[in-house]
Design a protein around this ligand. Structure first.
Ligand SMILES: Nc1ncnc2c1ncn2[C@@H]1O[C@H](COP(=O)(O)OP(=O)(O)OP(=O)(O)O)[C@@H](O)[C@H]1O
Length: 959
């Protein structure tokens, strides 16, 4: 007689059905060589949960024994016949249980060992595999190496030389949330930024250290390095989820991580052309469904007698900006979430498509993925901007005892949008709003997880599921009737150090959630069936007791009956699922004595062991509780401290930046102000100097003007004098005419006397002489008069030039050096004018002399005449000299004007600069004012921070 036993490991379900009976021992249903390889499987089966109770198997040949007892945890040490070693009882930590746990073939073991070695070596950058029992350093990249079977066998034995089969019914309750960490390879962009610098170091298959300040170690159920393939990851996380759903539970796998960390790669991957050749890089979702449909087929074949049938209904939705839309029906949008006592939480109006095979599912996946919102950010060229949830409802029906039974399990595969810092992901506008919405829903997810951890620690908490659509929809998966696997994706590059730390913390917190999975089976029907079955067993026992009343003492039998009833009651749930055939009432009926004896002996052993295990379990659970409480408390404190530290660091960074910015701004502004002030001072000085010079030159010009006016007056006087002289000359002429007429008369009256009066002829001669001289003098005086007129015109021009010069001087601001030259020229000019004045004075003096000359009536003064003519000649000469001097002065003036023009041009530049600087000061002041306004409008916190940073800055700069 044979039956089947499903051996389930914690994370890698063996899924192996072991056919057995009391004679043949244990063998694998589908694997004829399983029995002979069983001892070697020690290295592969790390830990398994046997969900079927009351199985007592013996394999004397291989000394292999699996014993379980109903509802109780039990670890049994098994000998390793091939190695001749006794294996010890060993209870691993929960995280260790997930590693290594691969099955089915020695090659699996080899692959596993190779991976284990790779992982343990990955952080040191070298790859080790075993050669002839020794670890050999390999310089070639591990991913490209093919490890031979012989190479790895030795390593496999050394790494996991124990076989443990541990019955652990509490496992599913304790570990309904499994957290896996996956690091992707460093991307090209990251290499371009910071090379191969890493922010994490993998310690082993379940622990990783973050290499920041302070270095922090995190442990998870499994840590997948970048060398772990899609297939290997699936084998760890996929099968338990699928089998859990097929058994009527809900399962949820979700990928979490910063944008570009590999969530979509993990969940969907590269499906490729599935019809031709499944792609190696296809992700969790395609593989889950391949496995699901394979298992469905196997189950339907195995349960043909119960007419078992499975149905899969699929839907695919996305949550974008807190709105749900159907990825299989893109026209629908903003679908509402509803809650129903029978249906649970569901999305109203979501299309559900029945899938018959993997191809159908892939078609739906690709259709939905094409409708998903993606956009390019700095971190990822094809960043998913929404959370996507692919749901498959697996419904199974079978007939048993003329009753139709059914189970419903729900499998959720969630690809979350990337958690990101808006700053680092380079998003703006629409992208910024998306990022804010993504971050809000992810932070709500974080809060929900925190509260669930608190609840798991016995605290009262209100879980804010409804704060975001994501958490509302995943309510059952996170806190209720579900087994959940969280795959936290990270980048190992130092570029993403802070994002990686936040993902590690999130994942660490999530590890402390506990769910309460409930099989989605028709409970009333099961309860009814169980009761009937138990009643049958009780009746059977009563009948047996009656039959054997004579052989066994009544008291003993009643004890046995009671014990058996208790046992049966305690194992009723498990019986319904797996063990009916094993302890069927028919078997009891056919061999009652043997069964009773066996039961009695086994009961004693069981009781003893149960007591032992019970006490151990109590101790263990107490210890676990204490440990968990303290770990949780520690974790919370550490998390809070980390959050606070990060906040502190970021605010310190901000403060420093602000200080630096402020300092730089202040310095720049101070420098600018100093420059401006300096320039202003220079300009003021220059202006002042120029003004002083201008005032001086004005004064001098005034003095010159007054002296010129004096000169003019003197000239006028001289002109007056010359007029007088002319009058006198006229008078002299008149006198001469009179004399001439007198002489004529004398000549006419006394021709006879001519010979006797020699004085008269002399007089005549003299008169003639005088007349000629007078005519000449007259001509000279006229010339002099002309020259005076010209001189006056020149003087008027000179005055005009002076006016112009004064004007120019008023308008222009002269530079110091140039103004000195101008001053020199002005002095020269002044000197020249003075000289002119002197010369004019001299002319005046001479005019006076001329003025004082008078012809006395009837007298002829030769000497005076000579003197006059000399004076007139001298005057003429001086006038000529004056003309030359005036010409020179004109040239000087022209030069001065040119210099002034240059100076004005030179002055215009600094004035424009000055205006520019003033404008800059004004804008700078405006900037200050706007800064003030900004700082006033910031939050109180911001104000306080700004105030602190300012005071720190003040302290720092000692202002
Ligand atoms: N384990 C891996 N091995 C190789 N390449 C990977 C791995 N994980 C991710 N990648 C690559 O990194 C890039 C970004 O990955 P992916 O798009 O999956 O990130 P994401 O987390 O989904 O980002 P987002 O949240 O922005 O959508 C892709 O080109 C992907 O092929």
């Amino acid at each position: 007689m044979s039956s089947s036993l499903r051996v389930v490991s914690k994370a890698g379900t063996l899924g192996k059905k072991l056919s057995f009976d009391a004679r043949d021992g244990i063998s694998a249903g589908n694997d004829p060589h399983f029995h002979e390889r069983l001892p070697h499987a020690e290295s592969r089966i790390a830990k398994a949960s046997i969900r079927k109770p009351l199985l007592f198997l013996d394999d004397s040949e291989s000394s292999f024994k699996v014993s379980t007892s109903g509802g109780m945890k039990k670890t049994t040490t098994l000998p390793c016949s091939s190695q001749g070693q006794r294996q010890q009882h060993h209870r691993r930590s929960p995280s260790l249980n997930n590693f290594p746990r691969f099955e089915n073939a020695v090659t699996d073991s080899a692959a596993l060992s190779t991976r284990a070695l790779r992982q343990s070596a990955s952080f040191s950058g070298r790859v080790f595999t075993s050669r002839g029992g020794r670890l050999a350093d390999q310089s070639t990249p591990c991913s490209s190496r093919k490890t031979s079977r012989n190479d790895v066998n030795g390593a496999a034995w050394r790494i996991s030389p124990r076989l443990e089969l541990e019955e652990d019914p509490a496992f599913l309750q304790d570990h309904n949330v499994q957290v896996l960490l996956r690091a992707r390879p460093i991307s090209g962009i990251e290499i371009a930024q910071l090379g191969h610098a890493r922010c994490i170091r993998q310690e082993n298959a379940y622990a990783i250290s973050w290499l920041g300040q302070p270095e922090t170690r995190f442990s998870f159920d499994y840590v997948a390095s970048e060398f772990v393939t899609q297939e290997e990851l699936f084998r760890v996380a996929g099968p338990p989820m699928v089998e859990n759903c097929m058994a009527g539970n809900n399962s949820c796998v979700f990928a979490y991580g910063q944008t570009g960390s590999g969530k979509t790669h993990t969940m969907l991957g590269d499906v490729g052309d599935f019809d031709r050749q499944p792609n190696e890089n296809r992700g969790m979702t395609p593989r889950v469904f391949e496995y699901l449909f394979k298992k469905i087929h196997e189950e339907e074949v195995a349960q043909r007698h119960t007419n078992m049938k499975f149905k899969c209904r699929c839907s695919f939705l996305e949550i974008y900006n807190e709105q749900i839309s159907d990825l299989l029906e893109p026209s629908s949008s903003n679908l509402p979430i509803r809650e129903d006592s029978t249906k649970g939480i569901y999305v109203d109006g979501l299309v559900e498509v029945e899938a018959q095979n993997v191809r159908n599912i892939l078609h739906l996946l690709l259709l939905g993925a094409a409708n998903r919102k993606v956009a390019a950010t700095d971190m990822n060229r094809e960043s998913s901007r929404s959370h996507s949830v692919f749901t498959c409802v697996i419904e199974s029906q079978w007939e048993c005892d003329a009753t139709i039974n059914s189970r419903i399990g729900r499998l959720n595969l969630v690809d979350l949008a990337g958690s990101e810092r808006q700053k680092s992901s380079g998003v703006d506008g629409e992208r910024f709003r998306e990022a804010a919405s993504i971050n809000k829903s992810l932070s709500t997810l974080g809060l929900v997880i925190m509260d669930l951890v608190d609840i798991a620690n016995g605290k009262q908490r209100h879980v804010p599921y409804r704060d975001s659509k994501l958490t509302f929809l995943l309510q059952d998966s996170l806190g209720g009737n579900s087994k959940t696997t969280i795959i936290a994706n990270i980048s190992p590059s130092s570029c993403a150090s802070s994002e990686t730390l936040s993902t590690l913390k999130f994942a660490q917190r999530a590890k402390f959630i506990q769910n309460n999975a409930v099989v989605g089976e028709d409970a009333s029907r099961e309860a009814k069936g169980s009761k009937e079955h138990i009643q049958q067993l009780k009746d059977e026992l009563a009948r047996l007791r009656r039959q054997n009343n004579s052989a066994i003492p009544t008291v003993r039998l009643s004890e046995l009956n009671d014990d058996l009833s208790t046992d049966l009651n305690s194992f009723e749930g498990s019986f319904l699922q797996f063990g009916r055939a094993v302890l069927s009432p028919i078997a009891l009926l056919h061999k009652p004595e043997m069964l009773v004896v066996k039961l009695v002996s086994e009961r004693q052993v069981t009781k003893r062991l149960r007591n032992e295990v019970g006490s151990y379990q109590r101790e263990l659970s107490e210890c676990r509780m204490k440990l968990r409480t303290s770990l949780d408390a520690n974790q919370r404190i550490v998390s809070e401290l980390d959050v606070l530290r990060i906040e502190l660091e970021s605010s310190q960074d901000e403060c420093k930046k602000l200080q630096q910015d402020l300092g730089t701004m202040k310095l720049e502004k101070a420098l600018e102000v100093n420059c401006l002030e300096l320039k202003q001072a220079q300009h003021h000085e220059l202006m002042f100097e120029l003004k002083a010079q201008l005032l001086k030159s004005e004064e001098k010009a005034e003095q010159e003007a007054s002296s010129r006016s004096q000169l003019e007056i003197q000239l006028q006087e001289a002109t007056q004098e010359s007029t007088n002289l002319q009058t006198e000359l006229q008078w002299t002429r008149d006198s001469l005419e009179e004399v001439e007429s007198l002489v004529e008369r004398l000549q006419r009256k006394t021709p006879a006397l001519e010979s006797g009066v020699p004085e008269a002829s002399y007089e005549n001669f003299m008169v003639g002489q005088l007349q000629a001289e007078i005519i000449e003098m007259h001509a000279r005086l006229e010339d002099e008069h002309k020259r005076r007129c010209e001189l006056e015109v020149q003087m008027a021009n000179y005055v005009k030039y002076q006016e112009i010069e004064r004007k120019i001087n008023r308008e222009c601001v002269l530079s110091t050096d140039d103004s000195k030259a101008t001053r020199k020229k002005t002095v020269r000019h002044h000197d020249a004018i003075l000289q002119l004045q002197l010369e004019l004075d001299t002319i005046d003096g001479e005019s006076d002399a001329i003025k004082s000359f008078r012809w006395e009536e009837g007298t002829h003064d030769d000497e005076a005449e000579v003197k006059n003519s000399v004076t007139i000649m001298q005057l003429q000469l001086k006038v000529e000299t004056l003309e030359a001097a005036l010409l020179e002065e004109r040239q000087c003036l022209a030069e001065v004007r040119a210099t002034n023009e240059q100076l004005r041009q030179q002055l215009e530049n600094p004035q424009t600069e000055l205006h520019g600087e003033k404008a800059r000061i004004e804008s700078f002041k405006g900037g200050h004012r706007s800064l003030d306004v900004e700082s006033k409008s910031t939050s109180e916190d911001g104000k306080a921070r700004m105030h602190t940073s300012w005071s720190q800055f003040c302290l720092f700069t000692k202002i």
